[in-house]
Ligand binder design. Structure first.
Ligand SMILES: Nc1ncnc2c1ncn2[C@@H]1O[C@H](COP(=O)(O)OP(=O)(O)O)[C@@H](O)[C@H]1O
Ligand SMILES: [Mg+2]
Length: 252
């Protein structure tokens, strides 16, 4: 039985006069990996920032329609936006560790919440790094600079930082676009395990990545959702010819 986590209905987004998302309708199921593919400027990143209201920070940003997350209408004025952003953690394309230790990078957001108990923080660090698939590589050097880590390790550290805040949804925006194949594989392995406990939305510019790990895949084009279906169907018999053309590398 699939449980719906996110319901998007007749949802549009504008940057000033420019419409970046056009009347989207889709659901996200709990504990799935939903892949989002599509060429640049299709609105993929905008969609993620609409889901946790990061777009509120952009002047001129405006929405129409509805997004329900666990039955909460997230654009109602009484919504606790800070809690919403914690619930839907976002990992960006380029890992940006803070210029401090590995340990402090993981607990940074947690400390901002007022947690300072050493044992509790230690447990969060181990648990988050373990889930991000980084613990074994760094457990003996937690107090060394995060900036000395490789790019792939830094990206897993950024994932750990999001996990430390105990989100329910993990959104990743082209998280492996700058990484080598082995680092990419490590992140994909972590995501496959994480979906047991989290709901994952993965924007990827690498269609093969969606084919490898997404349960369902959505194809975005110029702000429109062209289609969304089981990944196997999208990749073998999509219903829209634009999806097929994109997957065949004819544009994008
Ligand atoms: N901060 C912004 N201000 C104005 N327009 C933006 C901004 N960010 C993105 N856009 C525009 O919105 C559209 C969707 O962009 P984006 O969501 O970044 O797409 P994608 O992630 O698929 O590349 C593009 O036309 C882009 O130029
Ligand atoms: Mg983007």
């Amino acid at each position: 039985m699939k449980t719906t986590g996110i319901t998007v209905r007749n949802f549009s987004h504008y940057y000033g006069q420019h419409q970046s998302l056009k009347n989207l309708n889709l659901d996200v199921y709990r504990n799935e990996i939903l892949g989002i593919i599509g060429p640049a400027k299709s609105g993929k990143s905008t969609f993620l920032t609409c889901l946790n209201r990061l777009n509120d920070l952009i002047p001129g940003s405006r929405v129409e329609g509805k997004i329900l997350i666990d039955n909460q209408d997230i654009y109602q004025p009484d919504v606790d936006v800070v809690a919403l952003r914690r619930k839907l953690g976002l990992v960006f394309a380029t890992p940006v560790p803070l210029p401090t230790t590995i340990y402090e990078n993981v607990v940074y957001g947690v400390r901002l919440l007022g947690k300072n108990n050493h044992q509790e923080l230690d447990d969060i660090v181990e648990d988050s790094l373990e889930k991000a698939g980084l613990w074994n590589e760094v457990k003996d050097r937690l107090k060394t600079s995060a900036l000395k880590l490789s790019g792939g390790q830094q990206q897993r550290l950024c994932l750990a930082r999001v996990l430390a805040l105990k989100p329910e949804y993990i959104m990743l925006d082209e998280p492996t676009s700058g990484l080598d194949p082995i680092s990419t594989m490590k992140i994909e392995d972590s995501l496959r395990i994480l979906k047991n406990d989290f709901t994952i939305i993965l924007v990827t510019n690498n269609t093969k990545q969606a084919a490898r790990i997404a349960d369902r895949t959505a194809f975005f084009l110029m702000g429109e959702l062209i289609e969304i279906d089981e990944t196997a169907i999208i990749f073998t018999r999509p219903s829209d010819e634009r999806t097929e053309a994109y997957l065949q590398g004819k544009f994008g």
